[in-house]
Design a protein around this ligand. Structure first.
Ligand SMILES: [Zn+2]
Ligand SMILES: [Zn+2]
Length: 298
């Protein structure tokens, strides 16, 4: 099995680092102040407007201020989530080419912003099949690295299985890694809501044993770089990608306590992508997650 040195601390007593996906609508640097205000150790952002594949170039001055603000605040890792509209598994040439250019741009921006990783949804094969889709994904990743010259690692995110999503099972993620020339550099982002929707029971001790065992044999636990901590509105194996507040969904507080008790996962950054219906929602979810990490019963 391929082992990757993540540079992250190891050991049973490591405290997890917590963060939130934050909006950049008030500017990139604003997101860093918000992260500090909310008590984050790390954070995730989109580096560009998530509603379109077109993007304005990054302002170098803004990028420099962002990097400086991140260092000053001690926020680490800085995670960038790639645009949801990118589909590098698409069998349609026009969508595919646009997606490869957008992914190349995402990598360039992540590099300029000093991000630690770029999280990518593998994509939807739209009926062409997992194998054909996986080849498209791997070749898009290779082209995007080649064209951008970037070195920031892409984290392939596991998916819930809605529609024709690739990357529901850990072995599907493994085959993309195997096909890509950049395979040794690729990492994994484990989304708890997607895992649950995809049929991995991360809500119980036994389910976690099986999930982590499969994750380790498919990709190697050392390759997992980020956890997306989201409760699930959908049932186990429902294929639903509907995030819920921590403790209010099917995974529940007991599930998150079990997840955060695992030394293999605890050493990783946990980033919330829970719904923001009211301004205090993110504070509440972060507090719930930290309480779970401390093993507190609520
Ligand atoms: Zn995602
Ligand atoms: Zn996610």
């Amino acid at each position: 099995m391929c082992r990757i040195e993540t540079g992250l601390p190891k050991g049973d007593n490591i405290m997890a680092r917590f963060g939130i996906h934050l909006s950049i609508s008030g500017g990139l640097t604003n997101a860093t102040s918000r992260a500090v205000e909310l008590g984050c150790d790390c954070f995730q952002i989109f580096s560009r407007n998530p509603r379109t594949l077109k993007a304005k170039p990054l302002d170098p001055g803004e990028a420099n201020s962002f990097r400086a603000a991140v260092v000053e605040a001690g926020l680490k890792p800085v995670v960038i989530h790639a645009n949801y509209l990118i589909n590098v598994a698409s069998p349609k040439d026009e969508t595919y080419e646009k997606s490869v250019s957008a992914l190349t741009d995402e990598l360039r921006r992540a590099e300029i912003l000093g991000a630690d990783c770029l999280v990518l949804h593998p994509g939807n094969h739209l009926g062409s099949g997992v194998e054909a889709g996986s080849r498209r994904i791997a070749s898009a990743i290779d082209r995007a690295y080649e064209d951008s010259g970037a070195l920031v690692p892409i984290c392939l995110e596991n998916m819930a299985g809605a529609g024709t999503e690739i990357g529901v099972s850990f072995s599907e993620l493994r085959s993309i890694i195997d096909i890509s020339e950049r395979g040794p550099f690729l990492r994994i982002c484990l989304d708890t809501c997607h895992a649950y929707g995809g049929g991995y029971n991360v809500a119980t001790e036994r389910g976690l044993d099986a999930t982590l065992g499969e994750l380790d044999s498919a990709v190697g636990l050392d390759r997992v770089m980020i956890v997306h901590a989201n409760d699930s509105k959908g049932q186990l194996g429902s294929g639903k990608d509907r995030h819920d507040h921590i403790g209010e969904g099917s995974i529940g507080l007991a599930g998150f306590r079990a997840i955060l008790a695992r030394p293999e996962l605890r050493r990783l950054p946990f980033v919330l992508e829970t719904p923001v219906d009211a301004p205090e929602d993110q504070v509440r979810d972060l507090a719930a997650l930290k309480a779970c990490a401390a093993g507190e019963e609520r």
